[in-house]
Design a protein around this ligand. Structure first.
Ligand SMILES: Cc1cc2nc3c(=O)[nH]c(=O)nc-3n(C[C@H](O)[C@H](O)[C@H](O)COP(=O)(O)O)c2cc1C
Length: 368
């Protein structure tokens, strides 16, 4: 990994070590039990490489793949979708997530992922709240109102993928009047899934409010055999430790916070072991990391598509830093590598805190 991943400073551990055990998804050991969430449009090969280089994620996931899209592409003898970029060759363990509502389609694609792509885990999405997938395609979170169908899907996919384990990712329900997770959890287990991940919101919340960890934790009583993985709003190593301390979960999953800090898994893993938490990257290190990330994206997508794709990752890296708004505005208008490099050089935040930023601004703009 680049020197950017060399985190020099550390902060003292905040709490005594927790005796958190690895979790098992069928025969796959997830150690530490901190999972990198699937995120459409983000958790591609380049991002996963970066997370892997920092360490600390016991299992990583791809973006979700449309099962129907997978089959259609194959019919036309096209290249496999960008969403499967790197999957055949990269390090294991690796989970691939897929979505659809048809048991046979999911079973066919699951079997291909398990036996041909040899992924470690086949995950099925039952939580996506996005309209095109839920309301229009009757998939993702829409299926939370049809637990029996979820059961039929899992049974078929498990049979088709064996011995590769199959997992399910859900939300608490479709909306406040349809909180089906307790029943769905039982069905997921009875149908042969090897783990259940729960994002502690209902679909109609999208990302509003806070994830309800009490409700996630309560699901543990519904499961006899398989691990429960809690997900939602974990954005510091301390919150990861608190999740294990306060709630009845076997593992945790992190999504958004690790887009701006892909080293968060490493920090969280250290915190769980009761070790000093590695410090955040400096801004210089972050800039180097951003450019490393860009290089990986360019190699796959070329200058035009790669630059467009990289805009949103660049915004994530700058997030929360003084000057990030100006950087965001500029980087969202770049089209070529030259423009990208120039904007990063000139506008990527240089100050980690507001006070230092204000002082530098005052110095740069002499008063009249
Ligand atoms: C941009 C974006 C894309 C996402 N894509 C997926 C996806 O493809 N599959 C999935 O199961 N969840 C997806 N999610 C949900 C996350 O995996 C996770 O459940 C949610 O963000 C809550 O975790 P967090 O609070 O750590 O972000 C996505 C979330 C975001 C923000």
């Amino acid at each position: 990994m680049s020197t950017a991943a060399e985190i020099a400073e550390t902060v003292a551990p905040v709490e005594p070590a927790l005796n958190v055990q690895p979790l098992w998804i069928g025969p796959i050991k997830v150690d530490p039990p901190i999972l990198q969430a699937p995120m459409a449009g983000y958790t591609n090969y380049a991002y996963r490489q970066i997370v892997r280089d920092f360490g600390g994620a016991g299992l990583q996931a791809t973006e979700m793949v449309s099962a129907r899209g997978f089959l259609a592409i194959e019919e036309h003898h096209d290249e496999f979708p960008d969403r499967l970029w790197g999957v055949k060759d990269e390090a294991r363990p690796l989970a691939v997530q897929m979505w659809d509502n048809d048991p046979d389609t999911l079973a066919e694609v699951g079997a291909r992922l398990a036996h041909e792509f040899k992924v470690s885990v086949v995950d099925i999405n039952f939580g996506c709240p996005v309209k095109q997938i839920s309301e229009h395609a009757h998939s993702g979170s829409y299926l939370l109102r049809e637990p029996d169908r979820i059961g039929r899907i899992i049974e078929k996919v498990v049979a088709a993928c064996a011995p590769t384990p199959v997992t399910a990712k859900i939300r608490l329900g479709c909306d406040r009047t349809c909180v089906t997770a307790p029943h769905v959890a039982e069905i997921v287990e009875q149908s042969g899934a090897a783990a259940l991940t729960v994002h502690g919101r209902v679909a109609s919340d999208f990302f509003r409010g806070n994830a309800d960890w009490e409700q996630i934790s309560a699901l543990k009583q519904r499961l006899k055999r398989i691990p429960l993985i809690g997900n939602g709003d974990l954005d510091t190593p301390q919150k990861v430790v608190a999740a294990f301390r306060q709630y009845d979960v076997d593992g945790v999953m992190i999504a958004r916070a690790a887009l701006s800090k892909p080293w968060l898994f490493r920090q969280a893993a250290a915190a769980l072991r009761g070790e000093a938490i590695p410090a955040d990257l400096t801004l210089d290190q972050e800039r180097t990391l951003l450019l490393d990330h860009y290089r990986l994206v360019l190699e796959r997508f070329g200058p035009q598509k790669g630059t467009l794709l990289m805009r949103k990752f660049a915004c994530c890296y700058a997030q929360g830093r003084p000057g990030c708004r100006e950087f965001r505005t500029k980087v969202c208008h770049v089209f070529t590598p030259d423009e990208f490099y120039e904007v990063v050089e000139r506008y990527f935040p240089k100050f980690a805190c507001v006070e230092a930023f204000d002082t530098a601004k005052r110095r740069a703009t002499p008063e009249d």
